[in-house]
Design a protein around this ligand. Structure first.
Ligand code: GLU
Length: 479
């Protein structure tokens, strides 16, 4: 007796708890729009100490390859959007769907329909011809006192949901406000095909019910599915979740993001040198705001995210702003982490690491201006390739006036203490002794050490290269 009471108390508690879900259909990659709704669902669950469920809607067998499923999991894990339950796979829940279908047939909220595809098409044609919205005409829908046609022996039936004929479906959308759809607009939806496999909206409704989802946050391309799912949930006697439909993300040109033109896959951003925390921060601001805050941590977002301040109009993807945010996170990131990220790219570019400066220290010097880790890798290459200064530039900067000063500089480099203060004192001393201005010495020094005329502060560059390399590269002055 006591046990029963305890079970029911904890079960009813669970029903009121905040439970959100991300329910992607694998397409081969995690779309940035999907990642944003996942982020909103995740942050809302975290905000309330709730549960974030991951559900893979893999009933489209052609698209749901193991690789496509893995791409979703990889994207989520790169972003750090950890689920608390799942992943649940719809394909593994077929028995449960069949069970619910049987229950609905028995309760009369669903029925077998033997109309053939051709017959359904013909009835739609007829309705279109008289200006009516095409819909199933209810031939096989059981009604009190209605005589159904004789069962065809050569045909397997579909199962249709017995949608209410009158009234409206109304919900208060958490993003869009009140939405009302008349039941007259809704067909008796096919919820199982002739081979018994359940269809999309039915599976979603059963899953949201079974998984006790309290808040469905998803893209507004699903608004039309919501009244159908609500009707099914009502027929099942389920508690309805709240719904929030987030407007889509548009490209810079105001058009829908396109796979061909835009980087739509989350993993494209990894390849392009973005940090996951930067992408998350950027996505958070697409369609949601917290005052004027642009840069914030996920801890802050979870503390703030309560579904208020979601925008009901589409947001536009701005690559420049993403670059700016990424730069912020690159500057804040640990140097060794960045070094590990740029190393493979530098290897591709032929970096010579042997005898070269410590990469983390180079990163520390170069990260200030990098918008991506690819740019950072490119900038860091300064220290990892053999310098080949342009001969004309060298003639221009390494004049007879400058040469003795550089020779003196090189000679002193043999003995000074190798640290920033001493290196910069040496520079000042040589400039004063030879009555030169900084660029007159720094330019040829840059060319000889790096082959470039643009580098960070020359003292920092000299220090990082180390005494041995500096002396080696300045040895040409002795000729
Ligand atoms: N599987 C759907 C999609 O990837 C989402 C379904 C839902 O969130 O209800 O678009």
């Amino acid at each position: 007796m006591t046990t029963t009471t305890l079970v029911s108390v904890s079960a009813s508690k669970k029903n009121t708890a905040i439970r959100t879900r991300f329910a992607p259909s694998p397409t081969g990659y995690l779309h940035v729009g999907g990642a944003r709704t996942a982020l909103f669902s995740w942050a809302f669950a975290r905000h309330h100490g709730g549960t974030f469920v991951l559900r893979i809607e893999d009933t489209d067998l052609e698209r749901s390859t193991p690789e496509a499923v893995q791409a979703i999991l990889d994207g989520m894990s790169w972003l750090g959007l950890a689920h608390d339950e799942g992943p649940f796979y719809q394909m593994r829940r077929m028995d449960r769907y069949r069970e619910v279908l049987a229950q609905m047939l028995e309760q009369g909220t669903a029925y077998h329909c033997y109309s053939s595809t051709e017959e359904v098409e013909a009835m739609r044609e007829k309705q279109r011809a008289i200006g009516e919205k095409p819909r199933y005409d209810g031939t096989w829908r059981p009604e009190e006192g209605k005589q159904l046609p004789p069962l065809p022996s050569d045909r397997k039936p579909v199962i249709r949901f017995r949608n209410p004929l009158d009234g409206d479906v109304t919900w208060h959308d958490l993003v869009k406000g009140e939405i009302t759809i008349s039941n007259r607009e809704l067909d008796d939806l096919v919820i199982a095909r002739p081979d018994g496999t359940p269809t999309y909206n039915f599976c979603v409704a059963v899953d949201d019910w079974d998984m006790k989802i309290s808040h469905v946050i998803r893209g507004d391309d699903h608004v039309n599915n919501t009244p159908r799912q609500i009707n099914i949930l009502n027929a099942l006697g389920a508690t309805l979740p709240e719904y929030g439909h987030v407007p889509m993300i548009l490209g810079v040109d105001g058009q829908k993001l396109s796979k061909r033109r835009d980087a739509v896959s989350v993993m494209d951003y990894l390849d392009k040198g973005y940090l996951p925390e930067a992408l998350l921060n950027y996505l958070a601001r697409l369609g949601w705001s917290h005052g004027d805050d642009e840069v914030f941590s996920m801890e802050q977002m979870c503390a703030w995210f309560d579904l208020s301040h979601l925008s009901s109009s589409p947001s536009q993807f701005n690559p420049e702003k993403l670059g700016w945010i990424n730069n912020h996170y690159i500057k804040a990131a640990d140097n060794q982490r960045l070094a590990d990220l740029v190393h493979p790219e530098m290897q591709k570019q032929g970096a010579i690491f042997d005898g070269a400066p410590d990469l983390a220290s180079v990163i520390d010097l170069m990260k200030e201006r990098a918008n991506t880790t690819l740019e950072l890798a490119q900038a860091a290459m300064l220290f990892y390739r053999y310098p080949q200064p342009d001969a004309a530039l060298l003639r221009q900067h390494l004049t007879d006036l400058v040469r003795p000063a550089l020779q003196a500089y090189a000679q002193a480099c043999e003995t000074i203490v190798w640290e920033k203060a001493a290196i910069s004192a040496l520079m000042k001393q040589v400039l004063a002794q030879h009555s030169l201005k900084m660029p007159q010495l720094a330019m040829p020094l840059r060319l000889l050490l790096t082959g470039q005329v643009q580098t960070p502060s020359i003292d920092a560059v000299v220090e990082l290269f180390g005494r041995e390399t500096v002396l080696q590269r300045l040895a040409v002055l002795k000729d």
